[in-house]
Design a protein around this ligand. Structure first.
Ligand SMILES: CCCCCCCC/C=C\CCCCCCCC(=O)N[C@@H](COP(=O)(O)O)[C@H](O)/C=C/CCCCCCCCCCCCC
Length: 216
């Protein structure tokens, strides 16, 4: 998996640009860029300590599944989330009610990342609007409880909430983002959030229209 998450310095600007470039003019979501956005985020998370390894491992696994789809014999069908949904549904490549023959379908894998994107949106919004003494662990836990937690088992919820306690304070967090002063970080977040929200909304509507929001 060495090619999936390289050891480069995180830059929020880079992640912002990557998510920005994942939307085409006709509002399709490019999988290469979507996955690259997640790679950048995982790199950042890795820099926060080994306590996040179990989260990183799961995310990297999902990134790898999507990268494999793109590299596979039907890679062109996986150019966008829209083309992937159309292709996998038309060819019966998605387990719709229980996990069976297609545990690594692009649709279910993207759904997991999609749910995590909602967590990211909620977390970044809290970071953006928080004061200097805002507690990142509380912001992270609130965002998690409003999103991903609904889809996780008791044990994963407990482990996640414990890991969040190890998050650095807001000031350190902003420093590691490698953007500039706290004001510049807040500005960057203000620019990133509408894009992340748009990518989330488009995926949510596509999945709702195709009854894919509860894939096992
Ligand atoms: C500019 C940004 C600043 C913020 C940076 C945030 C960095 C976050 C990077 C990566 C987020 C990880 C995404 C995790 C995807 C989780 C997918 C998932 O739900 N997987 C579960 C279900 O999968 P299946 O079993 O159905 O295949 C799986 O059970 C999960 C296992 C691991 C626990 C996942 C906990 C997710 C918590 C997300 C918060 C991360 C906190 C990072 C702190 C900065």
């Amino acid at each position: 998996m060495a090619d999936v998450v390289e050891d480069q310095k995180f830059s929020l600007k880079e992640v912002l640009d990557t998510f920005q470039s994942c939307l085409t003019d006709n509002k399709e979501i490019l999988i290469d860029q979507y996955v690259a956005g997640w790679r950048g985020l995982v790199r950042f998370m890795n820099s926060l300590g080994t306590i996040f390894s179990f989260i990183s491992k799961d995310a990297v696994g999902k990134i790898q599944i999507m990268a494999n789809h793109r590299k596979g014999g039907h890679g062109e069908q996986y150019e966008t989330v829209q083309s992937m949904v159309k292709y996998e549904l038309a060819h019966g490549l998605v387990d719709l009610t229980k996990r069976a023959d297609h545990p690594e379908s692009g649709c279910r894998t993207t759904l997991r990342l999609h749910r995590a994107l909602r967590w990211l949106e909620l977390f970044l919004e809290r970071l953006r609007t928080s004061g200097e003494d805002g507690k990142t662990s509380a912001m992270c836990a609130e965002a998690y409880n409003e999103s991903l937690a609904h889809h996780h088992s008791w044990i994963i919820r407990k482990a996640s909430l414990m890991a969040f306690c190890a998050l650095p304070g807001r000031a350190t967090f902003f420093e590691v983002m490698n953007v500039g002063t706290p004001d510049q970080v807040v500005t960057m977040l203000g620019e990133a959030l509408p894009l992340i929200a748009e990518v989330y909304q488009i995926t949510e509507e596509l999945y709702a229209k195709n009854n894919l929001l509860d894939l096992p």
